[in-house]
Design a protein around this ligand. Sequence first.
Ligand SMILES: Nc1ncnc2c1ncn2[C@@H]1O[C@H](COP(=O)(O)OP(=O)(O)O)[C@@H](O)[C@H]1O
Ligand SMILES: [Mg+2]
Length: 261
Amino acid sequence: MLQIENLSVRLGRRPILQDVSLTTRAGEVLAVCGANGAGKSTLLKAVLQEHPAQGTIRLNGRDLASCRPHTLAALRAVVPQDTEIAFGFTLGEIVAMGRQAGSAAHETEIDALALAAVGLQGREGEDVRTLSGGERQRGHLARALAQVWHPVGPEGPCWLMLDEPVSSLDLGQQLKVMQLARGFADAGGGVIAVMHDLNLSAMFADRLAFLVDGHLAALGPPDSVLQEPLLSRAYDCHVALNRLPATGPWLLPQTCTLRGD
Ligand SMILES: Nc1ncnc2c1ncn2[C@@H]1O[C@H](COP(=O)(O)OP(=O)(O)O)[C@@H](O)[C@H]1O
Ligand SMILES: [Mg+2]
């Protein structure tokens, strides 16, 4: 279980996150949504202890502030929003770094399996700087998967923390990555994914946490969170939602209008 209680983050003089409390359980995919600058990455970074924060964060019952780095590395793996790498590592080296930080460090066969899981089998010798943006993003996901290859490890459920994991991906790859996230949760792990695509969030996430200006404006199943007034306010346009019986709410830019149009 990941428990976030009264989390507040100030960066410079500005309050970026204010009094955010939420709990997510293993087995769940939680999508974190909201407009540009709402505080989604800041929330993830606070959980990763990359930002100083007020409040309490517990992972599998342990206070994160008192966890050692190697314990944390075996419990959660991260794909950041910015996946550019300045050095000429090969894809195989990047994935091995993930695996070696995790709880199955000696299971070298994981590297090839993780690359195959994201459709990059046979590409381990390539310099990551030569990959396309989408391939690089999937390479980072392979690294993260290799780190938490067993969704339930010796320290309990493991967590994938993904910041916009499908932002550079084509339609098919988006579906495959969301399916991987879903499968990880179904196998007993936990997933937090920052998402801009509300349709994919509604299809694959159990619940959405919707941030507006650093506040948690809504938390719950897609049907309850994806409501026209909230979305229209958050995105500063008139949002018109549709609904499918199987997958719930969906929208297209074509069904939304900018204010004043
Ligand atoms: N290191 C920082 N120093 C000062 N302000 C920051 C820093 N990181 C993020 N911010 C600000 O916090 C706000 C939220 O950023 P972020 O969490 O990255 O938004 P998003 O929801 O788009 O991921 C933005 O306005 C951004 O400028
Ligand atoms: Mg962000």
